[in-house]
Write a protein that binds this ligand. Structure first.
Ligand SMILES: [Zn+2]
Length: 428
């Protein structure tokens, strides 16, 4: 079942109308990720092309405003929702016999496309999980790694930038890492506009995403500060509505930078105090400042603060994160659960899980239920079915109350899988 989108998430998925600004010379096309088109005397500069499946819609939208040829396409980064919807634009260029556009990206974007080649199936799988509530469980793969439009101008190294001029408008592109290591952002001084890609979205920054590779909190904060220096009046985020007004733009950049500094510095402080992940995580939950909570832009509706703690820890720490050598080379969890079930019966564990649930201790109830779920022979069907039913029920309740779209989908998918397993068990 498709999960209802909270207000901020419908913004995140671009469910609002196209807008233009600066006398129709800037076209802001919302979609699952946003596209911004700059209409100059000599042609168009496009910042980000959306999801492949949304390319036609974005193209049609742009062509209701301007007929000029596309001269440049800039990828904020190589994620599937920012760099794959180029098809209709390129088809038009071929049909019209125009020159092919320059395509600008960072060198790590090229590496990303190579990574997609070797990890295509894995990425299909994680995307299905992350977006299950909006796309359903049997959607086509969102991306084919073989269908990339290769960059022709490649920014290299950490400190890189690139500028060009088209029809009296200057375009300045800067590389900063944050959500990804291949991100670039665009400053257009004549239009007082910044395009951030996913360095700014209508949610707490997507850092520490449970499915994704390492992301960079400190560098993210620095990118926000560099953007703020431009004194932009318009900010085109990777996802969500256009942010207008110099003060509002400065405000969202400042607070996002501040929260990234905060989570980074507080985790680092605790690492230096010799603390392990669990202690750091629960302490960090206690100290999250009130001032961040009142900002709409920091609502944890996609990424969230809890994920950001993981991201910072992982940036500096290896995988041995408990400080307990039992966990260094642990036994199989099924075997551990079976040993617990030799001490006390499935029925006792189930009874205790129910008690915890009735007391509102849902997370603890899940841990106790897992002893049964992991350790019970399927022959002991009755108790297992009951344990799975309670687990699915708790997961459904947790998913309903979960603010993060990503976390909600993970929990909801697991509940769905349990229900499928229950159907099989009941058949036998
Ligand atoms: Zn995105």
């Amino acid at each position: 079942m498709v999960r209802k989108l909270v207000d901020g998430m419908s913004d995140w998925f671009g469910q609002f109308p196209l807008t233009t600004f600066e006398n129709n010379t800037c076209i802001f096309v919302p979609n699952m990720a946003n596209t911004c088109v700059f209409d100059t005397k000599e042609g168009l500069v496009i910042f980000d092309v959306p999801l492949r499946q949304s390319g036609q819609k974005t193209f049609n939208n742009v062509r209701t405003i301007t007929r000029k040829p596309v001269k440049y396409i800039i990828y904020s980064h190589g994620h599937f929702d920012h760099a794959f919807g180029y098809g209709p634009f390129i088809k038009e260029i071929r049909e019209e016999g125009w020159d092919m556009p320059e395509v600008i990206a960072h060198e790590n974007c090229v590496r990303r496309f190579e990574k997609y080649e070797i990890l295509g199936k894995y990425h299909d799988w994680i995307n299905k999980q992350q977006f299950a509530s909006v796309t359903g469980r049997r959607q086509d793969p969102v991306v084919s790694a073989h269908e990339t439009l290769e960059p022709t101008i490649v920014l290299k190294g950490n400190e890189s930038s690139y500028s060009f001029k088209l029809g009296d408008v200057n375009f300045e592109i800067y590389h900063d890492i944050g959500e990804t290591d291949d991100s670039v952002w665009l400053w257009v001084p004549e239009k007082k506009t910044i395009c951030t890609g996913d360095l700014m979205v209508s949610s707490f920054p997507n850092i520490g995403n449970p499915f994704k590779v390492q992301r960079y909190p400190k560098d993210w904060a620095i990118a926000m500060e560099k953007m703020r220096e431009k004194n932009a009046e318009y900010l085109v985020p990777g996802h969500g509505r256009l942010i207008e007004g110099a003060e509002k733009v400065r405000d969202v950049l400042s607070i996002t930078g501040e929260v990234m500094h905060f989570v980074h510095d507080e985790v680092v402080k605790r690492l230096n105090e010799g603390k392990w992940f669990e202690e750091i995580y629960y302490e960090m939950l206690e100290i999250y400042p009130e001032k961040f909570k009142k900002y709409k832009i920091l609502r944890g509706i996609y990424g969230c603060y809890r994920f950001a703690i993981h991201a910072t820890y992982r940036l500096y720490h290896g995988w041995y994160d408990s400080g307990n050598p039992t966990n260094l080379f642990p036994a199989k969890t099924d075997d551990v659960a079976r040993e617990f079930l030799k001490i006390s019966s499935e029925e006792k564990y189930l009874e205790h899980a129910k008690k915890l649930y009735s007391e509102g201790k849902k997370q603890l109830a899940l841990h106790v239920l897992d002893i049964i779920v992991k350790g019970t022979d399927e022959k002991n069907g009755g108790t297992l079915v009951e344990a799975l039913e309670l687990k699915a029920k708790i997961l459904k309740e947790k998913a309903k109350n979960e603010t993060s779209f990503i976390a909600g989908n993970i929990i909801n998918n697991a509940a769905h899988q349990i229900k499928e397993r229950l159907k099989e068990l009941k058949k036998n």
